[in-house]
Design a protein around this ligand. Structure first.
Ligand SMILES: [Zn+2]
Length: 363
């Protein structure tokens, strides 16, 4: 049984506030002011946004749904603004191999495999001629569970150019499985997908967006890219087994916020390699290395925890090495910190988030 999705894919209400707060300037949030030559293609051409949707319906849980009319608003915005909508595998290949992208490249994804994708989203996406990727959990489809797509419907979408990725067999969070169970879950789902649909790209979307170092290492060993659910654009240094996506359901489906998110750019940033996203602390710190860029000032970077500014401790001027020092608060199963900086002279924002998962908390 797949657990109900009450809070499964819901992010904390912080995104909208972060843009309002982006001009907040506290002493602690001041970073060093520096510029240096960006190497290679501009960051805007090495950056892309991937969205994740679940239900496109008015009859399904609000936190993971948006109405067909709202979904079409998103598509119309993408078309009217001239976004380049790419198949996810092609988009990720371009980023991995350093191929320049359009400076507004986007891929659209759906998780879980709900029937409203076929009924409501697919006809709209065909009308706009937009590619997309479905991440399916195979157990409910194999059982013919109510509310889910059938293999025949998925085959029809694949014939129209849709790619299908792996979302586990029973939507189990990998962070509570041992390594043998993780491997079994991933491989059993892929066998079913490939048996029904022919070989599909090796893409895995973590159920609930939850991963740990063992899950990432296993995906890398098996040759999968891993898609998460924390917000942010994907850039040249994004972790290939922890790629961010913007969930755009519920409150986050409103058009103004959606416009901002589809326009975001990826910081050239790396998270401290020894840092795991697993934590039972109420204020875990995170150390990030931001590459200096001509396109944003390090001093304009602000980070947020549920909409509140996080104190930043810069290691020294100009290096871009910073530690996020949030204040303690009650944490649930999942939370994340968001860092943004406005593109110099433009309306777009660079965006990076740091996800945290506490497996001791209920799902
Ligand atoms: Zn899911």
């Amino acid at each position: 049984m797949i657990p109900p999705l009450r809070s499964a894919h819901r992010l904390r209400p912080l995104i909208a506030a972060s843009f309002l707060c982006a001009s907040l300037s506290t002493a602690a949030a001041q970073g060093p002011a520096t510029e240096s030559q960006a190497h290679g293609a501009p960051l805007t051409k090495r950056s892309a946004v991937v969205s994740v949707y679940h239900h496109v319906s008015e009859q399904t849980p609000a936190s993971t749904s948006l109405s067909p009319a709202r979904f079409e608003q998103h598509l119309a915005h993408l078309r009217d603004t001239g976004y380049a909508i790419l198949p996810l595998p092609a988009l990720l290949d371009a980023l991995a191999y350093g191929t320049e992208l359009a400076d507004n490249a986007v891929a659209i994804t759906f998780d879980d495999g709900y029937e409203s994708i076929y009924e409501n989203a697919f006809p709209l996406l065909q009308a706009y001629d937009y590619p997309f990727t479905l991440f399916v959990s195979t157990g409910p489809i194999d059982r013919g569970q109510a509310g889910y797509l059938t293999w025949d419907e998925i085959r029809e979408m694949v014939a129209a150019g849709v790619s299908v990725g792996n979302h586990g067999t029973e939507h189990a969070s990998l962070i509570v499985l041992d390594s043998a169970a993780m491997r079994e879950d991933i491989e059993a789902a892929q066998q079913r997908i490939d048996a029904e649909l022919g070989n599909q790209p090796k893409l895995f979307a973590y159920p609930y967006g939850e991963y740990n170092p063992e899950a990432k290492a296993l995906l890398a060993e098996l040759g999968y890219r891993g898609l998460a659910q924390n917000s942010g654009a994907i850039g040249p240094h994004s972790d290939p087994q922890a790629l961010p996506r913007f969930p755009l359901a519920g409150l986050y489906s409103e058009l103004e916020g959606v416009k901002q998110k589809y326009a975001t750019l990826a910081f050239d940033v790396t998270r401290s390699a020894q840092e795991s996203p697993i934590s039972t602390l109420d204020a875990p710190r995170s150390t990030l290395q931001f590459a200096p860029s001509e396109d944003y000032d390090l001093s304009s970077i602000n980070c947020f925890d549920e909409g509140a500014a996080i104190a930043l401790e810069w290691s020294e001027a100009t290096t871009g090495l910073v530690t996020l020092m949030p204040t303690a608060r009650d944490r649930g199963r999942r939370w994340h910190y968001i860092c943004t900086a406005r593109q110099r002279g433009k309306q777009r924002y660079y965006w990076y988030s740091v996800p945290w998962f506490d497996p001791s908390q209920p799902q």
